[in-house]
Design a protein around this ligand. Structure first.
Ligand code: PMP
Length: 443
């Protein structure tokens, strides 16, 4: 398998970074929070795949929901307006649970095309309401909004921009409210004030009549699990409303119980104009994303320009099998999974906090089952681990050898996003194995 993989399978990102030299690691099976490799070795999945297998692996009821739907009706094209019962029921169930009046659901295949979809819908909305000049988009440094071309331009990773002329001229960034490394200091009010000032300044620079929307993740995931101060999102959302800018919450990672509630923006009492989700929506068993639209935005587009304005979609939009999985996963969330995730999340945060005294740990942060350690070589100066001395790959390997899968970001940040089904013993094992990894990194 490893030979075939090297010869033929292109791994997104990994294949270009020499991973093929150390060889792909083939997973054979998985159950709950445990994955088993081809040699039969069991590891704890502290990252739920790619922050997505929220319900854990091997749920028979999810498999049965998919199989039942495959037998009954495996496909119906939303393109011709053909509906299917699971897609309609899932849209209705999501609308009922979404914040405020986000009552309209546009299903996609994942997070990147959900973000693309918001850009198109927003341009349509601004045009239909007579403001076509509102065509500038703002997002955050350290933000991640997908790897499709439009999403990659909103994403703040330089590696995603090279060779493609990204970001597009209409895509702009303002600094992240990164508490551990914010030039405004560690005072949370000062950080919020700095973000508000940066957004105002950017809007002023672009022209207040030109800005269409501002994008933010409730917690910046791929940027290194950066947790904005409490009240930050509400303050930014309110400023957007004042400036006639749409506020888009990208909940692709934070949605579906990762931080505690079904949607993280509710913790900050924020009702966004649009919201993107994916990952936990189907718990990674099948691909699906969902864009939520407010009544005002949907009605404006639908009444104002009909089909022409909404005119884009995908062969697999509102896929019945994905929707059937989504319905079953939602049932699981509401029958103990969210509650278990909240308990496990409290334990994970406390467990990781107990590592704060470790000489390598500069910062411990997170909420619920979303967390990170930021490793430094000098706590006072917050000097990052030198990339050459201990690149992400080595930390990943060290974790793997200790029976733990976590995300090792390139800058000494270790990311955690275990499944919501984790037991207390599994959370404790994640923390203990991490302690061992840190000790070995120190050696
Ligand atoms: N938005 C955010 C916040 C994400 O974290 C991701 C994926 N990590 C995406 C969008 C893109 O989702 P996908 O990989 O499913 O296209």
């Amino acid at each position: 398998l490893i030979e075939l993989d090297r010869a033929h399978l292109v791994h997104p990102v990994a294949s270009y970074r020499g991973h093929e030299r150390t060889g792909v690691r083939v997973l054979r099976s998985a159950k709950g929070a445990t994955v088993t490799d081809a040699a039969g070795r069991e590891l704890l999945d502290g990252f739920a795949g790619l922050w997505c297998v929220n319900a854990g692996y091997g749920h028979d009821s999810i498999v049965e929901a998919a199989a039942r739907q495959m037998r009954e009706l495996p496909y119906a094209t939303a393109y011709f307006g053909l509906g299917s019962e699971p897609a309609i029921r899932l849209a209705a169930a999501l609308a009922e649970r979404a914040p405020g009046d986000l009552n309209h659901v546009y299903f996609t295949l994942g997070g990147s095309d959900a973000v693309d979809t918001t850009v198109r819908l927003i341009r349509n909305y601004q045009t239909v309401r007579g403001k076509p000049e509102k065509d500038q988009f703002i997002s955050l440094e350290q933000g991640y909004h997908g790897s499709s071309t439009v999403g990659a331009g909103l994403t703040a990773l330089p590696a995603f921009h090279a060779n493609f002329g990204l970001p597009f001229a209409w895509q702009h960034k303002i600094p992240s409210p990164y508490p551990y490394r914010n030039p405004a200091g560690s005072d949370l009010e000062a950080i919020i004030a700095a973000s508000l000032a940066a957004l105002r300044a950017k809007v002023e620079e672009l022209g207040p009549e030109r800005v269409a929307a501002f994008y933010a993740e409730p917690i910046q995931g791929s940027g290194g699990v950066i947790v904005p101060p409490r009240g930050w999102m509400k303050a930014m959302r309110d400023l957007c409303a004042e400036l006639d800018i749409l506020f888009v919450a990208d909940e692709v990672i934070t949605g579906f119980g990762r931080t505690g509630p079904l949607f993280a923006c509710t913790e900050d009492e924020v009702v966004p104009d649009l919201m993107t989700t994916a990952k936990g929506l189907t718990s990674g068993y099948v691909p699906m994303g969902a864009v939520f639209l407010s009544n005002r935005i949907y009605d404006t587009i639908a009444d104002g320009a009909g089909e022409a304005a909404i005119g884009h979609g995908y062969t697999y939009s509102a896929h019945p099998v994905s929707a059937a999985v989504g319905l079953e996963v939602l049932r699981l969330y509401e029958n103990g999974l969210l509650e278990n995730g909240r308990r496990a999340g409290t334990r994970l945060q406390a467990g990781l906090q107990s590592l704060a005294d470790h000489p390598l740990v500069g910062d411990v942060r997170g909420r619920g089952l979303l967390a990170a350690l930021e490793l430094v070589v000098d706590k006072a100066r917050k000097a990052p681990l030198p990339a050459a001395a201990d690149p992400a790959r080595r930390i990943f390997d060290r974790a793997w050898n200790n029976g733990l899968v976590i995300r090792a970001f390139g800058n000494g940040i270790l990311g955690y996003a275990p499944p919501l089904c984790c037991t207390e013993a599994e959370i404790d094992a994640i923390v203990e194995r991490t302690r061992r990894i840190l000790d070995q990194t120190l050696e």
